[in-house]
Design a protein. Structure first.
Lengths: 114, 116
């Protein structure tokens, strides 16, 4: 049972344009969401997070949007740069009563082309 | 060190062998996590320590998997009698504490285990 889903395995975007990565979840008990970026042969690197009490969080070129009613979140990267090419994982956590483990999606491979 | 360190980076084992994977968390981090990442999948939770206490081991796939953190710092994930389905990247993560703001998990580069 995949509780966190990333339905697009890959995404290709031109440099300077917006990249939008999507994530859906099924467990309504999740109340904290994170995005991680992963380069080959490296571990996932934390990018940005959002609590369920917010609907938007912004950090430089990265913005995460949360739609609780739709159980959907998205990561926007503007403008996209070649160095953003990586696999992006969406992750979710239950802060209350769920321990501290992260539940990950299967990832989206982003390729930013020149 | 500056980040989470895992060793070895690569491990090849014959089916039936025992393996031990090591994780050095970020200094001062209370929480430590192990995840298993199969090819083409996201990381899947195995187990979690707060200091030396193993608070959650619900993700360990079988009793062949065992983890310890005896002094609340370095952790070892041991897999006994390895099987081909154990082939995966094993990721270790650590975090400062358990509050929301302090519980960002920082990952090591992982150990790639191949069981032949």
């Amino acid at each position: 049972d995949q509780q966190v889903k990333q339905n697009s395995p890959s995404l290709s975007v031109q440099e300077g344009r917006i990249s939008i990565l999507n994530c859906d979840y099924t467990n309504s008990m999740f109340d904290y969401f994170l995005w991680y970026k992963k380069y080959p042969a490296e571990g996932p690197t934390f990018l940005i997070s959002i609590s369920s009490i917010k609907d938007k969080n912004e950090d430089g070129r990265f913005t995460v949007f949360l739609n609780k009613s739709a159980k959907h979140l998205s990561l926007h990267i503007v403008p996209s740069q070649p160095g953003d090419s990586a696999v992006y994982f969406c992750a979710a956590r239950r802060v209350t009563g769920g321990g501290n483990k992260l539940t990950f999606g299967t990832g989206t491979q982003l390729k930013v082309e020149l | 060190g500056a980040g989470v360190s895992q060793s070895p980076r690569y491990k090849v084992a014959k089916r039936g062998q025992d393996v031990a994977l090591r994780c050095d968390p970020i200094s001062g981090h209370v929480s430590l996590f192990w995840y298993q990442q199969a090819l083409g999948q996201g990381p899947e939770f195995l187990t979690y320590f707060q200091n030396e206490a193993q608070l959650d081991k619900s993700g360990l796939p079988s009793d062949r998997f065992f983890a310890e953190r005896p002094e609340g710092s370095v952790s070892t994930l041991k897999i006994q009698r390895t099987q081909q389905e154990d082939s995966a990247v094993y990721l270790c993560a650590s975090s400062v504490g358990t509050g929301v703001a302090k519980n960002i998990q920082y990952f090591g580069a992982g150990t790639r285990l191949s069981v032949l």
